[in-house]
Design a protein around this ligand. Structure first.
Ligand SMILES: Nc1nc2c(c(=O)[nH]1)N[C@H]1C(S)=C(S)[C@@H](COP(=O)(O)O)O[C@H]1N2
Ligand SMILES: [Mo]
Length: 413
């Protein structure tokens, strides 16, 4: 177990609880803001709900029509209802010079021979092997996280075990419904080991069928969606319908074709909420945002306030911000019937998180500054990871995940 980071503590009551509409706005805080009030006191920092309601996630979905707009017979034909959903698992039979020997598995699951897995079979597997996990969904290309959910499902390794012994398998390819149009295919992949060998205390790739205690909505990729805890959103394929085991050693990820690194894990990063353009002098300025704990964990969040934005891109003086503490009572946060000790990343005895923030999840942070003289200011925030690297280090390359420093400019009048 890692020690708790030595950060200033304050209670959840020090935050103002945000309504979900406000929360959704704040989640998109890096989007350009329109119609900001001419002069407004900056509101006290908001404590975002730890679970984003499914309908408030920012949506990143491809498809014409987008699969979650299908209705009636089209939805049934697409096999996107709980009754019609099926998962096919087969070996890669494409001829490819890279595959000197083709992959094979003992027990394929196909529509053609009526063996494709259905939802009751997956749920049954879940009774024995089910996992629950809190994860922030973060797109590699969008500056702010899309939302955070309690995801529940079955490890991919348990599903692949149903296929019996395999030969010549180096990667697992998977994709979802795409209107039967190869051009609309959005696919992703893992290595065989990533799928099968979850290290102790680490998190498995899994086939999710519940979000925040409810069946996954069509909009969030239901009935079944892949969830890759350590990865950016593009590995968490929605409307999952197909798994192919292959002897190809190369990632097939659609995102790689868009100049992204398909193996980059989530980055540790802080996000800064919007501020009014003009703030009255007098009351202390309160601000905050979200912080995501990526692969290298989170030590602290810092902010820097400079007079105007004319100075260096990375200011010299940084001050530590306060982190939202872990809830004292997880029952108030989690869906009815879910105990925190069942969730991966929590101590199964005490029900307390093993690390805070939980790895691959996000929490709120806040700070305040008093006695600001009138004038123009620029405010920046950054996360420092457990190895002491300050954002955007140690991975400043945008194609391995957006984490440039958020900057807010405002004027004290
Ligand atoms: N089938 C399918 N799955 C998909 C996508 C898609 O376009 N089609 N988009 C991916 C990307 S790029 C992201 S960031 C996440 C977004 O998840 P959300 O829409 O639930 O917020 O879904 C991923 N899964
Ligand atoms: Mo994405």
């Amino acid at each position: 177990m890692k020690p708790m980071p030595p950060s200033p503590r304050f209670t959840r009551r020090d935050f103002v609880r945000a309504g979900s509409v406000l929360a959704a706005t704040a989640l998109n805080s890096a989007a350009p803001s329109h119609g900001r009030a001419a002069t407004a006191p900056a509101a006290a920092p908001t404590l975002r709900p730890l679970l984003t309601p499914a309908s408030k996630f920012r949506d990143v979905s491809r498809g014409k029509p987008v699969p979650h707009t299908l209705k009636g017979d089209a939805l049934i034909e697409a096999r996107l209802t709980p009754e019609t959903w099926r998962l096919e698992i087969t070996a890669d039979t494409t001829s490819n010079p890279a595959l000197k020997e083709p992959a094979s598995l003992s027990q394929p699951f196909t529509l053609a021979d009526g063996t494709a897995l259905d939802l009751p079979a997956l749920l049954k597997l879940g009774q024995q092997h089910g996992v629950k996990f809190l994860k922030a969904m973060q797109c590699l290309n969008i500056p702010a996280p899309l939302g955070q959910g309690l995801w529940e499902g079955v490890p991919l390794r348990e599903v692949l075990r149903l296929c019996g012994p395999m030969r010549n398998v180096r990667r697992i390819y998977y994709w979802g419904f795409h209107n039967h149009d190869p051009k609309q295919l959005f696919q992703s992949s893992l290595t065989y080991s990533q799928a099968m060998e979850t290290p102790p205390g680490e998190l498995p790739a899994f086939l999710a069928y519940r979000l925040n205690g409810e069946p996954i909505s069509l909009a969030r990729g239901g009935p079944v969606r892949m969830i890759i805890p350590w990865a950016h959103g593009f590995k968490s394929i929605k409307w999952l319908q197909r798994i192919v085991v292959t002897n190809d050693y190369r990632a097939n990820d659609t995102y790689a074709e868009q100049n992204n690194d398909p193996e980059a894990p989530l980055k540790t990063a802080a996000y800064l909420d919007e501020l009014p353009a003009k703030i009255p002098a007098g009351p202390a300025l309160q601000f905050g945002g979200l912080v995501l704990s990526g692969l290298s964990g989170l030590q602290r969040v810092e902010y820097a306030l400079s007079r105007s934005n004319a100075g260096p891109d990375v200011p010299e003086r940084w001050t530590e911000a306060r982190l939202e503490p872990a809830p004292a009572d997880w029952r108030a946060v989690l869906p009815a019937g879910v105990a925190s000790r069942e969730i991966l990343g929590f101590d199964p005895k005490s029900g307390q998180p093993a690390t805070w923030p939980l790895r691959y999840s996000m929490i709120s942070w806040s700070a305040s500054v008093a006695n600001l003289a009138p004038g123009k200011y620029a405010l920046r925030a950054r996360a420092v990871d457990l190895n002491g690297f300050a954002q955007p280090e140690p991975r400043p390359i945008q194609k391995s995940g957006r984490n440039s420093l958020d900057v807010r400019e405002f004027e004290v009048v």
